[in-house]
Design a protein around this ligand. Structure first.
Ligand code: ADP
Ligand code: CDP
Length: 220
């Protein structure tokens, strides 16, 4: 059976960037499950679906022609013919994605879809997202919880969005990072790793160092 690596952790811990790099190193596919929740949020906004109407959001998901591209060199997200890679990262989506992700019927459908995508990856896969090690792929070959202090995560996200981490920029990012983790806390908490899940605390580690640490768990 194909190798499955599962990576979860809070916002800005490095899940996406590190998972992509490890997938490339080992010739595995890469599945960004957060992008799937983001795509559904984008789709609901596009279709003027009321995010507070849980049933309507579920129906929107059933009607969404989502296509996930899992090449780690060029991951892509399409809804029908529309490349949504860029718009799903916009603030209007980031601000609303937790409302979609806390819908339990949506989560059940996402879990099934994600398991199918993982199963289809004959070359093996690094799958990344907040409930991957616990709910979606608890039987993955390698399971890792990637953590970092709130300060480190904030600074990373700020650098990503602003190109620097001066204090005023950090403050403007704080709401996004901290509030989203709080809004997500009914579905994901990262206080302790589940049984059998390795923890990598990346607070004081450089990017390549984290990639090496995760790779070491893969080759073990
Ligand atoms: P997540 O998917 O967990 O939200 P990302 O992979 O998007 O996290 O990483 C957030 C930002 O931090 C990105 O700009 C990424 O390049 C950067 N980054 C990732 N790991 C590290 C690290 N160990 N040190 C510094 N910056 C990092
Ligand atoms: O990179 P970051 O952790 O900030 O976010 P993301 O991976 O792009 O995920 C966006 C949002 O989708 C999260 O804030 C969660 O609300 C939701 N999500 C989830 O509930 N379960 C997952 N497996 C992945 C994402």
């Amino acid at each position: 059976p194909a190798l499955v690596v599962a990576v979860d952790g809070p916002s800005g811990s490095g899940k996406s960037s590190v998972s992509r790099a490890v997938a490339r190193r080992f010739g595995l596919r890469y599945l960004d499950t957060g992008a799937m929740y983001r795509a559904l949020t984008w789709w609901c906004l596009d279709q003027a679906v009321d995010l507070a109407d849980q049933g309507a959001v579920v129906r929107a998901m059933d009607a969404m022609p989502l296509v996930m591209g899992t090449d780690p060199a060029a991951p892509s997200v399409f809804v029908g013919a529309v490349d949504v890679g860029e718009p799903i990262r916009q603030t209007r989506v980031s601000e609303r994605v937790s409302a979609v992700a806390t819908n339990l019927d949506v989560r059940a459908r996402m879990r099934d879809l994600q398991r199918r995508l993982i199963g289809e990856a004959e070359a093996g896969v690094v799958a990344e997202g907040r409930d991957i090690t616990t709910v979606v792929a608890p039987d993955a070959d390698v399971r890792v919880l990637l953590t970092a202090t709130e300060q480190a995560r904030l600074e990373r996200r700020t650098r990503e969005l602003h190109g620097h981490a001066e204090q005023d920029a950090v403050e403007s990012t704080r709401d996004q990072v901290v509030r989203r983790d709080r809004d997500d806390s009914t579905v994901s908490q990262f206080v302790t790793a589940a049984d059998g899940v390795h923890t990598i605390d990346s607070s004081a580690m450089g990017f390549e160092e984290v990639v090496d640490a995760l790779s070491a768990l893969v080759t073990r």
